[in-house]
Design a protein around this ligand. Sequence first.
Ligand SMILES: Nc1ncnc2c1ncn2[C@@H]1O[C@H](COP(=O)(O)OP(=O)(O)O)[C@@H](O)[C@H]1O
Ligand SMILES: [Mg+2]
Length: 281
Amino acid sequence: MNGPNMSAAKDRVPVLRVRDLSKHFRQSGGSGGLTAAGRKNTLAAVDGISFDLYRGEILGLLGESGCGKTTLARMLMHLIAPSGGTIVFDGEEVQNMPERQFRKRRGKIQMVFQNPFDCLDPTRRIHGLLEESMKIWHPEMRADERLERIRTMLAECGLGEDSLKKHPKEFSGGQLQRISIARALLAEPKVLVADEIVSALDVPIQNQILQLLLKMKEEHSLTVLFITHDLSVARKVSDRVMVMQDGRIKGIGTPDEVLEGSEDPYIRELARAVFTFAGEG
Ligand SMILES: Nc1ncnc2c1ncn2[C@@H]1O[C@H](COP(=O)(O)OP(=O)(O)O)[C@@H](O)[C@H]1O
Ligand SMILES: [Mg+2]
């Protein structure tokens, strides 16, 4: 058997190396963006973090709302520029790469978001939405070849042929996440950044989507950064977890190492919660 924890241990090739990465936002608000001392008031949303994402693993990024998870993801996706530090993706420093140059690599790192309604144009049919992506990744293909890829991917994600002609509003939240995953994987990414992808779903549907993620990870040789504020969700899929608080990494390792071995008060609090809820399955 090829259990989810096996591949990561054997194959420690970093796909992504993050070093001392930070993002400071200028704070606006009542004080006019100035502190009492009259200096510009900035928020270190991500505050000097370093980690490696190894090929084939699911690394859970766990932390409370507002700790900087999405900001980190957006920097990895090249959507916002870091204030400092380096991001080495697939052997290349990308953090300051001009957009034109990064474009060729964009398909190699894909993201799925919490709310699929925000990223699927409600006026378009699923076929049109996925065809639009396929045209970006495979302009050289004939339309019928692209359609075949789309059909196959939707089927792998548990969606039937009839999905193609429907609009986003005709699907449930779980089905829309299946479509979002299908769309991301049509780019044939090496890395998938999954940002709270089950947070808006009921637990039984969450479990279906997590199962799909595990299956697609194996079948498409994915490496996943799995972002969640929910420890029980993180434990279900993660080979390793990384705990973040106030823009910093508090611990990284296997779930047991992190939760049982840490002296950090925040992690010990999390571990206590696991113990308390352990009986609830
Ligand atoms: N564009 C922005 N401008 C100013 N502050 C921001 C911006 N984006 C995020 N923040 C702030 O950075 C902190 C981290 O946000 P975020 O990365 O979204 O956290 P998380 O995803 O862990 O909930 C929060 O305090 C948030 O308000
Ligand atoms: Mg977030």
